[in-house]
Structures are given as structure tokens and as C-alpha cells.
Design a protein. Sequence first.
Length: 344
Amino acid sequence: MTDDQTAYRRASRRRFLGQAAWVAGLSATAGYAALAPPRFPLSLRDPDGERGKPKPARMRLPEGGYAVDPHPTAAHLGIARGQNIGKMVRAAVDAIGGIAHFVQKGDVVVIKPNVAFERAAPLGATTDPAVLSALISLVRSAGAREVRVADNPIEAPEACFVRSGLQQAAVAAGARVYLPAPNDFQILQTPGASLIEHWEFFARPFIGATKVIGVSPCKDHNLCGASMTTKNWYGLLGGRRNQFHQDIHTIIADLALMVRPTFVLLDGVRVLYRSGPTGGSLADVKPGHTVVASTDSLAADAFGWQMLLERTEQPLPGYFQKAHNRGLGEPEFRTLRLKEVRVG
């Protein structure tokens, strides 16, 4: 055998051994990946199918939320009373600085009403359509480029929007309604939250949004005492959110941290003073003839608790103190600047 043949055979043997080692290593890796417990690195085992599910995207709302600095001389709490809903909405917002202070030309504004249940408006379980319509018109008058109305109701979303009258009111006033679909949710990161630091959130309406306004009815709630402007953000959560009913005051305080709105409206046109949050009987509703505007949801809610639900002899629900301890609002609304207006 020549020297060249010997060298060739040695090189071929080295290649064979190298390839064999590579195949053995690959086989060992594949065997590990197939047999290793699901939580081990590189494991391919997926006994319950969870690893194979697509993971929701993650998002953060703007630092500081959508808040606008309060008007330096206007009231912290604007309270409008009367019969004309459009005039009440405008007067309440004027009292806290006027819509031009909060919304500018070109803004994309998300409005979050309470559409949780398939109930007609007179039953008081949902935001009054006339209040929503007046708010949309007011926002558009300030030059907003787009107005989006969004909620993730507890019951069937489309039926809730239609039965409550909020679908028709929003569209007629020039807003776009966002109904939730599975792909509309992302994992929202809310640093400091106790229960929802990483939780599914109705994200699609918020993409590109520059301002956010909440508008909620004033109503009784069998778990937390009352559902008003702070509890309203619950409708933006996805996932198994009903588990939070076990710690209702903590989740409401988390909601105050999750969404820092531009301002809120408390719809006290009618008040569901018992049998909340779902209602179901006109006997549970009384006229309120009031709309409240504020950049402080705790102040608005405290006004609603004492003055609209008339629970002056009862302490504020637990979420007030939890949120106040985090610096998220002032429940002692009488210590703030108030302006009450009566309209025709």
C-alpha cells in the first residue's frame, strides 16, 4: 500500500469517527429532549398541550398612563346636576378644566364604558347611552382624530353592546366600537400590582391610543359594595378574571394602578342602589340626575358612595384605602376643590 493510500484511509477513518460521534450526540440530545421532564431545559415533552399553545404578546402601557396634569385653577371634582344629559356632561368636564385641556387635535381616544351585562339602559347596570354619546361628541369637538369605544363584557359582548343601546349610541356619535376577539389580548405588565402584574389585557383598542377616558354607572355591587369608575377597568381584563372575586378590593386597587386615565366620568343619571351589579328590576333604580368628572377616580367614587348611593353612615369599601396607600387617589373628596353646576 502506498503512502498516499494509507493517508487517505486514515483521513476517511477520522471522518467516519467524527460523523459517528456527531450522530451519537444528536441522538442523545433528541433522546433527552423527548424524555426529559417538561420543565427541564430543551425538553420537548408537552403532556397537557400547554407548551404548544401560542404565547400572548407582552405590552406595557405608557409610563404615567394617559394622565394629563390637572388644570392649575379648575376644580378637582366637577359635579353637574340637571335634566339635559349633554349639558351635564359638558358642564362637569368644563368644571375640571374643559375638554380642550385634556384632548387635543389628532388624539386617538379610547373610551371605556361599562357594558358588562345584557341589560336595557333603564335598569342601571350599564353606562347610559346618552352619557356615552355626549362624551364622544365632546371629545370629537376637541379635534380627536379617532374615538374608540371598548369593553370586554362578562356576558356575550355583541349582545351586551346592542341590548344596552351603547353600540348604536357610539356609532351614531362617530366612534368605532371594538368587540373583543381572542387575538385582541396581550399580557400586560403592571409593575407593583399584587394580582395582575402579568395578566391578559384587551390590548387592541389601546394600540396607538393617546388618551383614555372611563365612563361608568354608579351602582351597587354585592362583593365590593359599589361598582364605579375604578372598578370599571375590570372590563379590560381577559383570562380567568372571576378568580379575583376572592380578593375583590385588592384587584380594584390593582386596576387603579393598571390604568391611569386622562379623566373619568361617573354616570349618575340613574343609580342602581341595590341588587347590583346586574340589577334586573326598575324597582332597584332611582333617578340621580348627576354627572361627575374628575382626574381622580377615588374622589369620584367616594362622591358616588356618599352622595348618590347615599351610604353616608357606612365606611368606604376596602379598595379606597388600598389604592390611597399607593398614592393612587384621594377618597376624602371634600378636601379637594369642588365645583357644582346646575344645568337646564
